[in-house]
Design a binder for this molecule. Sequence first.
Ligand code: GDP
Ligand code: MN
Length: 397
Amino acid sequence: MNLHEYQGKELLSKFGVNIQRGIVIENLSEVEEAGRKIAEMSDSNIFVVKAQIHAGGRGKGGGVKVAKNMDELISVCKKILGMQLITPQTGKEGKKVNKVLIAEDVYYPGKNEPDEFYMSVLLNRSNGQNMIMYSTEGGMDIEKVAEETPDLIFYENIDPMLGLQSFQARKIAFNLGLSGNAFKEMTKFVQSLYTAYIGIDASLFEINPVLKTSNDNIIAVDSKVTLDNNALFRHKDFEALRDLSEENPTEVEAKEVGLNYVDLDGNVGCMVNGAGLAMATMDLIKQAGGDPANFLDVGGTADASRVETAFRLILKDPNVKAILVNIFGGIVRCDRVAQGIVDAYLNMGDAIKVPIIVRLQGTNAKIAKDIIDNSGLNVLSAIEFQEAADKVQEALI
Ligand code: GDP
Ligand code: MN
């Protein structure tokens, strides 16, 4: 589960990580009061307005803007709040900005050039340890740094049983070229960041930029936090941080009814039992020249009501031009699934306007095929996998 920048910063702050302070708002009527509070807190009338969406690259897309006084703050908020923000990570349709963070300006103009670093904490799957990845080249595209000057990115592996050792925190501060008070502040920053990562069961922190201010403070200017879904049961209060408007509505609905659904770009809807078979089905559709519109694992029970729910979910996608049902009847008998499909189809009336190709293999496959073939519906049956994929292709023409 992904968090917004402001939510991530709030959590970090609870663990003692220094952050760029700000107030999040949803309405233009809240701008002035938030601005006044920030001005008081930071002793400055310069603000930065930051669009809150689940995507990076907001700066480049025009979602982060500096405002030099209250009037500018109001006009910048007017522009950003409600806009459709397009960044390199949103896709071309962009994302609607429902909230903005009004933050203190931390780039003290006229003083020292600010030093921007990159820092992330993540799981290193290749050695089963946590890892802090960091670089002197923060602020801009870290992907570009990785590609062009990979030597400027450092890695520190952390044994989860031992935790982050203080020599490791010092090594990080040293490699970032810091000395004096900034060195000390960085070791504290890294330590509290790692404590927060463990404390909230995160799977990714990405703080870009981490800023060394002109008075040698180290602060998180941005935060990208991903929580480990498998650990959410330990943090019931995090449920409130979920922003459903950032998630695909069909995926949300599928989750509510216990179906495993992932939306994709193609035109062939898939209904499959078992994640492995679902992956294989998508491969076969591709090989036959088609393009899967979704991943859908209906799990073990494929009765009429479940099949109907799955059909309805698949058909929400206007790109779907055919549906391939590929079910292996092991514990669940094929004839029961076939009857489920027919019943669901009849129950849905004329909601189904696309051809359905059904491949049932396993227990009672033959009986199942007869049920489909005798149903008189726009449903084609197949026994072999390849045959099913070919029928899908024919249906698309
Ligand atoms: P991202 O583009 O989505 O990664 O959003 P960031 O939160 O990283 O902000 C983008 C850029 O805005 C940063 O790299 C900074 O250069 C700039 N920025 C962020 N906060 C401030 C600020 O307080 N003052 C000024 N002048 N620039 C800021
Ligand atoms: Mn950033």
